[in-house]
Design a protein around this ligand. Structure first.
Ligand code: NAD
Length: 351
């Protein structure tokens, strides 16, 4: 298949690009290269004849029309987005423009392309979204997000993603565009931008700095290794039914405090401190406004209908992630220096 992947220089998009090329798909990576992008994330495939890069903005409809005409993709995997919850609280405008208007442009460009090719049934517009659109769950472990959970977004980020999900469904119902949607839980793994919780904890631990945790650290998230997410996305693209949405989760619920303690334990084992333990660096900071208490995914549909389940436990995935950051200082050090991240925005739990 020829795939047009948006946001392929970001964290999850680059995992999708690497996996898709490894599986023999041809990939056009469309990315405007915001602060969150890094082309090193796709260095291992960038010389492949299966790979092409287009620097373009999804807010620029004319650029999208040119790219669809030039590359004639069989499917779109739409990941480009502003993704950082804390940044959406400080400045929501970019989230509305990229996540809502940008998705509208992608849908219109894809629809024109699909109609122009005679409406092939095999075409897919795969919209990649988040479980945050469903709002916050009670602590009762029996209650989880299903595909039927009503939308209840609570941050500018999740509201903009919810709006984009609604547009995608409307383009299916109204115009017949063959879409699939996925809503996924928290990802972690290699190439995660150093402002996010897992890398911040690893890198601050290494630097002897505080490990900031919002509130009492009791918020619960479901953690999925990013390469498992990429595998699930290709599975839904290939086998998902048009118009259907699938929740993707790791079946790994942890409080933020537990997760940070697990990382500290791994660091104690892999890179022990001269004295004491990394847990001593944990610091509790004032909570984020509107901080959702719990997210948890019921993965029944993707498991029963498509036969997909995660392959990596959170213990194994975190070990791989810690080792990756310890081995890849050349990747994170320049990003950290260029963007001044890792301290102020160090407590985001989501993306
Ligand atoms: P990211 O911030 O790491 O990457 C986003 C990419 O999109 C960057 O490369 C950026 O340059 C690009 N981009 C941003 N605005 C653009 C624009 N206007 N035009 C073209 N490209 C643009 O994000 P991520 O964590 O990889 O998330 C990817 C997608 O997955 C997002 O849609 C996000 O909502 C969704 N998601 C993320 C998580 C998570 O835990 N990270 C979980 C569920 C869903």
């Amino acid at each position: 298949m020829k795939l047009l992947v948006t946001g392929g220089a970001g964290f999850i998009g680059s995992a999708v690009v690497r996996l898709a090329v490894a599986r023999g798909h041809s990939v056009v990576n469309l990315d405007v290269l915001t602060y969150a992008a890094c082309l090193d994330n796709v260095a291992q495939v960038s010389n492949s004849p299966l790979y092409a890069f287009e620097e373009a903005d999804i807010r620029d409809r004319a650029a999208l029309d040119r790219i669809f005409a030039e590359h004639a993709p069989d499917a779109v995997m739409h990941l480009a987005a502003e993704s950082h919850v804390d940044r959406s609280i400080d400045g929501p405008g970019d989230f509305v423009e990229t996540n809502i208007t940008g998705t509208y442009n992608m849908l219109e460009a894809a629809r024109a392309h699909w109609v122009g090719r005679g409406r092939p049934e095999s075409f897919r517009f795969h919209h990649i979204s988040t479980d945050e659109v469903f709002g916050s769950l009670p602590m009762d472990p029996q209650v989880k997000f299903t595909e039927a959970t009503p939308y209840d977004p609570r941050s500018p980020y999740s509201a903009s993603k919810a709006a984009s999900d609604h547009l995608v469904r409307a383009w299916h119902e109204t115009y017949g565009l063959p879409v699939v949607l996925t809503n996924c839980s928290n990802n972690y793994g290699p190439y995660h931008f150093p402002e996010k919780l897992v890398p911040v904890v690893i890198l601050n631990a290494l630097a002897g700095k505080e490990l900031p945790i919002y509130g009492a650290g009791e918020n619960i998230r479901d953690w999925l290794y990013v390469e498992d997410h990429a595998d699930a996305l290709l599975c839904v693209l290939e086998r998902g039914a048009p118009g259907r949405s699938y929740n993707i989760g790791g079946e790994n619920e942890r409080t933020n405090l537990d997760l940070v303690r697990m990382i500290c334990g791994l660091m104690d084992e892999i890179r022990p401190k001269a004295s004491g333990t990394y847990v001593d660096q944990i610091a509790f900071v004032a909570d984020r406004p509107g901080h959702d208490a719990r997210y948890a995914i019921d993965p029944t549909r993707i498991r029963d209908e498509l036969g997909w389940r995660p392959s990596v436990t959170v213990e194994e995935g975190l070990r791989r992630t810690v080792e990756w950051y310890l081995d890849n200082e050349d990747w994170w050090r320049p990003l950290q220096a260029r963007h001044g991240v890792g301290e102020r925005l160090g407590t985001d739990t989501k993306t």
